[in-house]
Design a protein around this ligand. Sequence first.
Ligand code: ADE
Length: 241
Amino acid sequence: MRFDVLTLFPEMVAGPLGASIIGRAQASGGVQLALHQIRDHGIGRHQTVDDTPYGGGSGMVMRCDVVANAVRSVRATAVAEGRVPGPVVLFEPSGHRFDQRMAERFATLESLTLVCGHYEGVDARFAEALADECPIEVVSIGDFVLTGGEYAALVVIDAVARLLPGVLGNSDSASVESFAPGAGLEFPQYTRPREWEGHAVPDVLFSGHHAKIAAWRQQQSELRTATVRPDLVRSPRSTGG
Ligand code: ADE
């Protein structure tokens, strides 16, 4: 799967994704990451990308024409190279909340174009205009405000890429954990040493009795979900509707 990331700070995205599992997936070709500098489409000699908000207020707003030109350029390159340009995701705290279900939907795509806003976000006309040209979704990774969409892009790429075939070593790992369809939060995991600072690993895990272990894990998962995330208990895959 290919991710085109448009950002003013490509180095914020490149570094973290070059390491560990996603780094390996890039090396083996399962994940392709293309970074695009939005400032290349900036206005004038200073390649201006933002301006003060109409109506007043603090901070700077990214210009719709600059961001649209950057996205259109990425899409045009895809077409010229015989690729199908992917849907566009714009990261804003006011977007639809990202979750495992959205990650699963994105993982079915061949490519995704991720637009990282910065400062006070992107002029609202950008998403309005792009919607006439291609699928576009405004996405938030949670109810908090980040300094920019780059962190959100990292989160989304990681969550999506690990669902792609061959990216995780053990193909089981993506199916038994928290937020897998129908599952609650993941049960507690243990490894060596069996006893540590007075804390023992539960005996059932040494019983060799697979059904008993599975039942214990299910019970622990339910307990943890009810305690930590009661909102997941009634309808773990609810869309809120
Ligand atoms: N940009 C700033 N805050 C964000 C958030 N919570 N999710 C996505 N993009 C953001």
